[in-house]
Design a protein around this ligand. Structure first.
Ligand SMILES: [Zn+2]
Length: 541
């Protein structure tokens, strides 16, 4: 699924929110150290020789064939020349005492004492917005800043509102560091079943369509519920994609194909969880007689019972997991995008909604015509079912991880992917995965799926895609949330921005002030509130 898209339905609430936030933003704009910064102000810089001094390293690397990752090591002076890590010098008391050489120096020194260095995070499932759409004229720039502001240096898009041609140009500009953006990997979506069941619906048509996608500039193919799900068609898609140097990611939903079929066909990534419990069932899912897949309330309500049903056959589920691991199939669960199903009230009161969520999203409500906006009736029983569903789902995610499966982290978000990805890491900890391992999952596991060999974590010779975190994320993942959002309710509001967050994000050797980028995103939200407020005023006159 994509991130929840609601339509406007509560104007009085909107007005109240607008008034409250605008006054805060305007106060902040009056020259305080944490004032908002106009979008586009902050520039990154690459240095001939950069030293990150006194940092504790979380390498994101580990033992091959397992998900066992290296624990923190520090303090270390990390030396970067251009876009490559060229030296790592231990600066702990024992090593300092036994060494005569000076500590390394360079054109720029980042004092990172007490901070932690991680490889750049990868959001393996995003839906980037288009400029000029619901999120306003600079939607992409806004989204990019939220990503980089949270240490995310690469994003795999699973179908963008901007269109592949426009995004291919964005990908080029980002690769050349001519725009402030994470690296982009673009999966072109198979034609969705919106009256297009006759497109890409046979193996022959599928092969031609994959070649078309390649010509348009796609790196990969994303198959959602569509004619691409027919097993014979999916097989043709995978074969042709591989021949073209592309890979396939699938969102299986409820279709003819399940995770076992997709894994055997050579699909690279299975998204969400669709098809995994289904593959363990000996017969059809136990949906009620009036179930209708295309009624989204039905779909998501009954999806919340599937893991419990499949868990009655643990040996079969275990075999599905083993099959995926044997075939090297990547599982990218994107738990975060389903979290609202287990606690809807939490989802609509998240602290960053105040300053960082676009007013179009704030004004949203349930809507049967919008994908993901299905909570028009959400009962206690639905939340209870989804809570059980999460527990069993998480048990199998943990099992996949422990057996050495290629697990990754994705947000399935179109706007706040940077924040949602941090929440996904917290959900992985809730699933029982150690935070040390989580940083491998969210970094070098993803690089492996993408086939990026020079991206190899924090090690000499690897590309410098990194983030310096102001705190210990192994101890508390909440320090990863920018602008102190993670400390909501613990600290006075004016204190929060001084705590935690990513301090610097380094992409391709280019150093960005991560908090400044988030201040730009907040500025954009304030501007958009003003712009849309003006539009609303105009409408009432
Ligand atoms: Zn998606």
């Amino acid at each position: 699924m994509i991130a929840t898209r609601f339509k406007r339905c509560t104007p009085p609430l909107v007005a109240a929110v607008l008034m409250g936030v605008l006054s805060g933003a305007e106060l902040a704009a009056q020259g305080e150290p944490d004032s908002l910064i106009p979008l586009g102000t902050t520039k990154g810089e690459r240095y001939n020789r950069l030293v990150i001094r006194g940092v504790t390293v979380i390498s994101g690397r580990g033992t091959p064939g397992t998900n066992r990752a290296m624990p923190p090591e520090g303090p270390v002076d990390v030396v970067i020349e251009g876009n490559v890590i060229v030296d790592m010098v231990p600066a702990d008391p024992v090593n300092l005492a036994s060494r005569r050489s000076q500590r390394p120096t360079g054109d720029r020194i980042l004092d990172a004492s007490g901070m932690y260095l991680i490889p750049g995070l990868v959001d393996m499932h995003a839906h980037l917005p288009r400029n000029g759409g619901n999120l306003g004229p600079q939607a992409l720039e806004y989204t990019y800043r939220i990503y980089l502001g949270h240490g995310v240096t690469a994003v795999r898009d699973a179908g963008t509102g901007a269109g592949i041609r426009e995004m291919a140009e964005q990908r080029r500009l980002s690769a050349a560091n001519q725009i402030v953006a994470p690296r982009l990997v673009l999966c072109q979506r198979w034609p969705l079943p919106l009256g297009r069941w006759n497109e890409g619906n046979t193996p022959e048509k599928a092969r031609a369509m994959v070649r078309e996608f390649k010509a348009l500039g796609a790196d990969c193919v994303k198959v959602s519920k569509s004619p691409g799900h027919y097993p014979d068609v999916l097989e043709a898609i995978v074969q042709e994609a591989n021949a073209q140097g592309m890979f396939v990611m699938t969102d299986l939903k409820v279709s003819e194909t399940d995770a076992a079929v997709a894994s055997r066909l050579g699909v690279r990534s299975i998204e969400h969880w669709y098809g995994v419990p289904d593959a363990a069932l000996p017969a059809s899912q136990n949906f009620p007689p009036d179930y209708n897949y295309w009624d989204e309330l039905d779909r998501f309500r009954w999806a919340g019972r599937l893991w419990e049903e499949a868990d009655q056959y643990p040996e079969r589920l275990s075999a599905v997991i083993d099959l995926m691991i044997r075939n090297g199939t990547n599982w990218d669960p994107t738990m975060v995008v389903y979290e609202k199903n287990r606690d809807l009230a939490r989802a609509v009161t998240l602290p960053w909604r105040e300053t960082l969520v676009h007013p179009h999203e704030l004004a949203a409500g349930p809507d049967s015509t919008v994908h993901g906006a299905y909570h028009r009736e959400w009962k206690t029983s639905d939340e209870v079912a989804w809570k059980r569903n999460f527990q069993i789902w998480m048990k199998w995610v943990r099992e996949f991880h422990r057996r050495g499966g290629l697990l990754t982290a994705g947000s399935d978000d179109g706007e706040l992917g940077g924040i949602s990805l941090i929440r996904e890491l917290e959900l992985m900890q809730e699933a029982g995965i150690h935070p040390i391992d989580i940083f491998k999952v969210a970094t070098t596991n993803a690089y492996q799926v993408l086939g990026w060999e020079r991206h190899c974590g924090v090690r000499v010779g690897c590309i410098a895609d990194l983030a310096v975190v102001n705190g210990n994320p192994i101890d508390n993942l909440k320090v990863m949330y920018g602008r102190g959002y993670g400390f909501y309710g613990i600290l006075p509001r004016e204190e929060r921005v001084k705590h935690g967050g990513v301090k610097w994000t380094i992409k391709d050797g280019v150093v960005y002030d991560a908090q400044a980028l988030l201040r730009e995103a907040e500025w954009y939200v304030a501007q958009e509130k003003r712009r849309l407020g003006a539009v609303a005023d105009g409408e009432t006159r």
